[in-house]
Design a protein. Structure first.
Length: 119
């Protein structure tokens, strides 16, 4: 079985204000940015970017490949105070195992962060 290269990347989310997030991402396996879109899950609790989302992304140009997962965005607190930093988790499967994890911060109206494959 071939060893899969560890993926390390960056992602930028924009809150579209209607339960949707638009995103662009880039990682060590891509040459150009790709699109990611997220829709808040029904009954998801959270404000702004915080919450649980269905997410779908494009992975390559030729042939076109896409992926999907559950994205969970939670705010990281320091002694109960908000920090404007967030934990990112992409989960798949019946067991909801993490395929990517990362961290992000607010930059103006955008959520800017990094992600990597789970080891």
């Amino acid at each position: 079985m071939a060893t899969r290269e560890r993926i390390i990347g960056t992602i930028v989310f924009r809150n579209d204000g209607d339960g949707c997030l638009s995103a662009k991402y880039l990682n060590n396996g891509t040459r150009t940015p790709f699109a990611d879109c997220c829709k808040r899950m029904p009954n998801s609790i959270g404000n702004g970017f915080v919450g649980e989302y269905y997410t779908v992304w494009v992975e390559s140009h030729e042939p076109s490949i896409s992926g999907n997962a559950k994205l969970i965005i939670t705010e990281i607190e320091d002694d109960g105070r908000p920090t404007n930093t967030f934990k990112l988790e992409w989960q798949i499967g019946d067991t909801l195992r993490n395929i990517f994890t990362g961290k992000a911060m607010m930059y103006g109206e955008l959520l800017v962060g990094y992600y990597q494959t789970e080891s």
